[in-house]
Design a binder for this molecule. Structure first.
Ligand SMILES: *Cc1c(COP(=O)(O)O)cnc(C)c1O
Length: 421
């Protein structure tokens, strides 16, 4: 039995499914997870000592690569000063300043501990600010695991929601309206029929149904509709923030959202989220305003140090260069797979890409689900056997980082050439 297998056997007795987040169990690709002992640069090393080229990168945070020396040094320094104060500390001001400086739509920002907390809090603020209660989200967009977002499309009416999981009361999702991604007309219809919409929350480039870019005019249309109906536009940039560009997707697409949610990269690998936006809206948050939101560990000094060190490096990073290299890699991968006779639709943006095992186009969740999960599982397992770690689910992004080398990419392409379907 391998070390991973025996750890997994023990973990399954102690932790539900043996994991602390479901996708890590690798169930949808039909294998057991590898346990990781350490990571450096573009590689992770398993507990058996196998070195793997990593395209998950902790699901996005590690854009600089694992264990970037300046991030590691910042965490080491911070831990010597104290792990948590429960009182204001300089790192919070420094990271807030860096975020406000970077993200065009953010004038003030509040730190939290995860992307889930960021989206949950942003929606509460939007409801408090507008005095309205309904929220609009898009099918296939993921905004963390708080109740209001765990809504599934019911049968029949596009707007009829049912809970997406046991444990969420039907009453809770009654305030959530669903629309297909990239379907501006559906959103227009919702606004025309409901006077009580507080906000529209959207991943400006969707990254949780595989990568699905916004259609031309979609984000502009959402901005226009929300403004016209006095609702707030919330960009969930938990993946895209600091990844599509240093200023996030809003900088790339030139859209000015009312509120922005951040996470993943701004923690540099430590647990951080943040939400920010227009001063007049953010000033409604306690203690300057009446919308309550708090956190014992929010603004944690280790997390602030890791985040600030990460942003400091990213500010001078060559995003265009990484995008060009990621484009070349993903296009060659798609070509290799197509040459084997499997249908492949490649979606890509900056250092993100998804190979959908179906013919395109893929513009929404229904089309994303056409991707052949069995073909993906075969691809995933053979790549993993060859030392390349992809996301253990067909409907996720591959993430590259500034630490990935040309040699990593060449080895990845070699591994793909040997895959048999
Ligand atoms: C990962 C993610 C979240 C949730 O963040 P957690 O830190 O896992 O709570 C929210 N929104 C988007 C777009 C994400 O990708």
């Amino acid at each position: 039995m391998t070390a991973s297998a025996s750890l997994f056997e023990k973990a399954q007795k102690l932790i539900p499914g043996g994991v602390n987040s479901p996708v890590r169990a690798c169930r949808s690709v039909g294998c057991d997870p590898l346990f990781i002992a350490s990571a450096a640069g573009s590689k992770m090393t398993t507990v058996e000592g196998r070195e793997m080229i990593d395209y998950v990168m902790s699901w996005g945070p590690m854009l600089l690569g694992h264990g970037h020396p300046s991030v590691t040094a910042a965490i080491h320094a911070a831990v010597d000063w104290g792990a948590s104060f429960g009182a204001p500390s300089p790192g919070e001001v420094a990271l807030a300043e860096a975020v406000v400086d970077a993200v065009p739509g953010i004038e003030m920002v509040r730190m939290v501990n995860s992307g889930t907390e960021a989206t949950m809090s942003a929606v509460r603020l939007a409801r408090g600010y507008t005095g309205k209660s309904m929220i609009v989200k898009f099918e296939g967009c993921y905004h963390g695991h708080s109740d209001a977002f765990l809504a599934a499309a019911g049968s029949g009416l596009a707007t009829f929601c049912i809970p997406g999981t046991p444990g969420v009361p039907a009453d809770t999702v009654r305030h959530t309206l669903l629309a297909p991604y990239n379907d501006l007309e559906a959103v227009r219809t919702l606004f025309e029929t409901r006077p009580d919409i507080a906000c529209v929350i959207v991943e400006p480039v969707a990254g949780n149904m595989g990568l699905v870019p916004p259609a031309p005019g979609f984000l502009e249309g959402l901005r226009e509709l929300t403004a016209r109906y006095d609702a707030l536009l919330i960009f969930d940039e938990v993946i895209t923030g600091f990844r599509l560009a240093y200023g996030g997707a809003q900088a790339v697409y030139g859209i000015d959202p009312d509120l922005t949610c951040l996470g993943k990269i701004i923690g540099g690998g430590l647990p951080v989220g943040a939400y920010g936006g227009k001063r007049r809206i953010m000033e409604r948050i306690a203690p300057c305003g009446d919308v309550y939101q708090a956190g014992t560990l929010s603004g944690n000094p280790l997390a602030m140090a890791a985040g600030l060190a990460t942003l400091t490096q990213l500010k001078k990073a060559d995003y265009a260069g990484l995008e060009a290299r990621t484009t070349a890699l993903s296009e060659e991968l798609a070509a290799i797979l197509r040459a084997k006779g499997v249908p492949v639709h490649l979606a890509r943006a900056a250092s993100l890409f998804t190979l959908f095992f179906c013919d395109g186009p893929v513009t929404n969740f229904d089309e994303a689900k056409k991707g052949d999960a069995a073909l993906y599982a075969a691809f995933y397992n053979q790549m993993r056997d060859a030392g390349v770690l992809l996301a253990p689910s067909a409907y996720e992004c591959a993430f590259t980082s500034f630490a990935h080398t040309d040699d990593d990419f060449a080895r990845t392409l070699d591994a793909a050439k040997r895959v048999k379907f």
